[in-house]
Design a protein around this ligand. Sequence first.
Ligand code: DX5
Ligand code: ZN
Length: 223
Amino acid sequence: MNSSSLVQIAPSILSADFARLAEEIKKVEAGGADLLHIDVMDGHFVPNITIGPPVVNSIKKITHLPLDVHLMIENPDDYIEDFARAGSDILTIHQETCYHLHRNIQEIQEKGMKAGVALNPATPLQVLECILPEIDQVVIMSVNPGFGGQKFIFSTLEKIKALHNMIIVENFKAKILVDGGIKLDNCLRVAQAGADIIVVGSGIFHTPDPTKTVVEIKQIISP
Ligand code: DX5
Ligand code: ZN
């Protein structure tokens, strides 16, 4: 678990009812959600299509939660300005989609957002070596990105531990966010491995009472 033992929860709206999005967001707010995770997919980098800046902009108007926007798109640099204007607080891009990661990270931060870098399950931590001092968040994917409701890849736990050590040793500011396949029954292991924030999608919105589920997960990860 991270040094403060306060692990945050970021519900992913990917598994919410999009026709009732405002109500769904109110449910997780009521449970004490810390951030809202918004998955943006383009049908190219990942085999699914979701939402874009107009929806982020609408969500911004109905919630006080910080918006953690996860871009699973090719050429993310073409859209940094749009997502900044839409009200994103944290913007994460995938290392696998960027030729000029430093430039993109600088642009995100210059536009007033926190900058995150996401790694697919098969991408090693070594690719972060030259960028880790600069970034605000690392997103460790614990499923292959593209869909909610997939099975957690357990080898990710060792990757989280190794990244946690890298950050502690150098005293970097980057937070570790873990995304994919996390539910009530495995959230403690993810928190104990060193996550600062866990993303939970289907594990919240596909339960009968999402508010109660957020409360229960929080009790486990941040007792
Ligand atoms: C997967 C997305 C995740 C997804 C997680 O590509 O990045 O944020 O919503 O959903 P669950 O918690 O259902 O795995
Ligand atoms: Zn995500």
